[in-house]
Ligand binder design. Structure first.
Ligand SMILES: *[C@@H]1O[C@H](CO)[C@@H](O)[C@H](O)[C@H]1NC(C)=O
Ligand SMILES: *[C@@H]1O[C@H](CO)[C@@H](O)[C@H](O)[C@H]1NC(C)=O
Ligand SMILES: *[C@@H]1O[C@H](CO)[C@@H](O)[C@H](O)[C@H]1NC(C)=O
Length: 661
């Protein structure tokens, strides 16, 4: 009896839903031809699955419900901009690890709600509350906003963990979009980083289309469908981008004259600061927005949540923007220029005033911090074009590995002034660094921002580490190895995009060139005679003996001292731009002595394999007793002692020997 009543009820609901969906299937247009967005809920009669469809007359977006995965985007006559051949097309996901569990979670919602629906916009929510189940211990609320007269979707997520929940590690939180492979072939990451791309199938090693290389993300395209990609490499890490430059990237369908773009108007919800590198778009066609990841930093990235630790963070909103061009001339450039224009508008509109969640403070609920940064390296000067930012309280440089809080970064102007605006209320430290100087700045007092406040710090002074006058130096203190020697790529694994390009270092296999250049003897750099742009290899890598054997390498810096203060204390300032499973030992004038200094086992940033020209920054100020030095010729031995394979190694940012004052 009960069952049949339920059945009748559900049949009636189905029928009602069907009626509703018929009634609202076409958005009604007002006098301006603009329609208010509509929401339909549909239930599939065959399998009982539900769907939510939001339509504003420009785009029509379908979501699985209550999971909240984006299953379809209809735009400009393209039935689905996303890949209709696969199930997971537009989704948020998390890679995580708990006690005895490790997983990839697409955070499928269990509850659908309409948050806002009016003439202006629709905001919907797909949420999941943790109930001690096998999912990641996290409450997640995925929000989507579709506005009237707007060609795109805003999305953000509210992630929350309660202190009593089990310990968990979250290595990656991102959004992924798999686009329609029949349409999208041209990828754009920046003005000078865009190209026609091979297909997913071209990467298939089993079918003999490609050859495996030193790590699974990279393949040599031996038999691609389009022969012009032959003897090229495909590797998604070649399209990584620093957070500060990662505001818009995406794909163009040249055939349909349609662009699909991921726009990130703010860096506040990212992690690791402005020069943290993240993936962007890659073969698939795939487009990603990464909020939290260990890429280019590694295990040092702070992603573990301990028992007793609470966390709440709003990731986004980001804007999924679609554009089109009907003029027919050069659609690529027009669509890209338009995407950049749209990005400027989104940045201008930040923080958005149309977000319903009270976890996302509006402009007037935020504050501003201003000041003027000076650098005092024996002389006081205003810090020009320096990065300065607010991040959670911690040690100097701790923002590099911070994923848990919000960060607000800007640059000083030519006279050192800075304004950090739209800061969420909270207590922060003020951090920064100045190109041309070593070390990390941290303002001594914490900075508290409340709604509507303007905190003027007036004058803040960064005193970079220095114990004496410069005797010599190698490189430029800029936290990268860009200025050093970057060799030519191999002919059968090159990416033509990076030939004759400012980013020469984004080629596959450059590390192998070291063994060719220095087959028997390691690099020797002579101060006064050598030139770092030609004579200092961009990475201190291992030497390949054969496919299974690699050996440690020892670089030498040879320098002349006309006079030595035997009782004096000299300092070797050694700044690293990257470290991967390395141990750097430093010796003076005796290659076989006990090291004067060793870093210990450091780094998992993998920047050598992943063509970053830097990973995380490290500075060592090494005290050198005068008795280790000689009048006349001296040699420093830099030995990278770990050598399991091709990718253990370091990149130097800058090296300086200081005398004593
Ligand atoms: C709709 O959007 C377009 C493009 O952004 C704009 O030019 C136009 O003025 C908008 N129309 C209305 C009625 O807001
Ligand atoms: C730098 O900012 C200050 C304060 O806003 C302003 O007075 C000054 O003109 C700016 N200087 C330059 C060179 O832009
Ligand atoms: C390399 O780039 C420069 C500047 O963009 C250009 O003038 C030059 O012709 C290019 N050379 C080659 C070989 O493409």
């Amino acid at each position: 009896m009960m069952i049949s009543q339920k059945k009748i009820a559900s049949t009636m609901i189905c029928f009602l839903l069907l009626l509703l969906s018929i009634a609202f299937s076409e958005p009604t247009r007002n006098l301006n031809g603009i329609s208010a967005p509509t929401v339909q809920q549909i239930r599939n009669r065959h399998d009982g699955s539900r769907e939510v469809i939001v339509d504003n007359g420009i785009i029509r977006v379908s979501f699985s419900s209550p999971q909240g995965l984006i299953t379809g985007i209809t735009y400009k006559g393209i039935d689905n901009v996303l890949n209709p051949h696969i199930r997971a097309r537009g989704y948020w996901d998390i890679t995580w690890q708990g006690e005895n569990i490790r997983g990839l979670d697409r955070i499928e919602g269990t509850k659908f709600r309409i948050i806002t629906q009016n003439e202006e916009q629709v905001e919907i929510s797909f949420s999941r509350t943790w109930s001690g189940d096998s999912h990641i211990p996290l409450n997640v609320d995925k929000r989507y906003i579709i506005r009237t007269n707007t060609s795109g979707i805003y999305t953000y997520g509210i992630f929350e963990r309660l202190p009593q929940w089990p310990e968990v590690e979250m290595g990656l939180i991102r959004m992924a979009f798999k686009l329609n492979p029949d349409r999208f072939h041209y990828m754009v990451v920046a003005d000078n980083r865009q190209r026609e791309m091979p297909t997913d199938d071209d990467r298939n090693i089993q079918l003999g289309h490609a050859k495996a290389l030193a790590f699974k993300e990279a393949v040599e395209l031996t038999h691609p469908h389009n022969l012009k990609f032959r003897n090229q490499v495909d590797d998604k890490y070649q399209y990584s981008c620093e957070v500060k430059d990662n505001k818009v990237h995406g794909w163009i369908s040249t055939k349909s004259h349609v662009g699909f773009w991921l726009i990130s108007p703010s860096g506040e919800y990212r992690s690791g600061g402005p020069v943290k590198q993240e993936l962007t778009s890659h073969v698939g066609p795939t487009a990603l927005t990464t909020f939290i990841s260990v890429h280019y930093v590694g295990a040092d990235m702070e992603t573990r949540y301990r028992a007793g630790e609470a966390w709440k963070k709003v990731l986004g909103p980001v804007f999924i923007y679609l554009n089109s061009d009907s003029t027919g001339n050069n659609p690529r450039d027009l669509l890209w220029q338009d995407a950049k224009r749209q990005t400027e508008q989104e940045v201008e509109a930040w923080p958005y005033d149309f977000v319903a969640s009270s976890d996302f403070p509006s402009r007037r609920e935020r504050g501003t911090v201003t000041g003027r940064l000076f650098v005092n390296d024996r002389f006081l000067t205003p810090a020009q074009s320096a990065y300065i930012g607010l991040a959670p309280p911690g040690l100097a440089g701790s923002w590099q590995t911070n994923t848990k809080g919000y960060q607000f970064w800007t640059k000083t102007n030519e006279t050192g002034f800075f304004t950090i605006d739209n800061v969420r209320p909270g207590t922060y430290n003020l951090y920064g660094w100045v190109t041309g100087f070593i070390g990390d700045f941290r303002y001594e007092n914490s900075v508290t921002v409340v709604a509507g406040s303007e905190v003027n710090l007036d004058r803040v002074v960064f005193v970079p580490p220095r114990n004496g006058p410069t005797l010599w130096e190698i490189g430029v203190p800029d936290r990268t190895a860009r200025e050093y020697f970057v060799p030519e790529p191999y002919k059968d694994t090159m990416n033509p995009l990076y030939l004759n390009h400012t980013d020469k270092f984004r080629q596959y296999g450059l590390w192998q060139r070291y063994t060719e250049l220095y087959p028997n003897h390691d690099l020797v750099y002579t101060i006064g005679a050598s030139n770092y742009a030609q004579d200092w290899f961009y990475a201190h890598v291992t030497r390949k003996i054969n496919d299974l054997t690699y050996e440690p390498t020892t670089w030498q810096i040879v320098f002349h001292l006309p006079y030595v203060n035997w009782r004096g204390r000299y300092t070797l300032q050694l700044a690293l731009a990257s470290a991967s499973r390395a141990n750097l030992q430093v010796r003076f004038n005796n290659e076989y002595s006990m090291p004067l200094f060793s870093t210990g086992y450091i780094g998992r940033d993998n920047a050598i394999a992943r063509h970053g020209i830097h990973g995380a920054y490290r500075l060592y100020s090494i005290a050198v007793p005068g008795r280790l030095l000689r009048t006349g010729t001296n040699t420093i031995y830099l030995r990278q002692a770990k050598a399991f394979g091709p990718f253990e190694g370091l990149m130097y940012d800058y090296i300086r020997l200081e005398g004593s004052f």
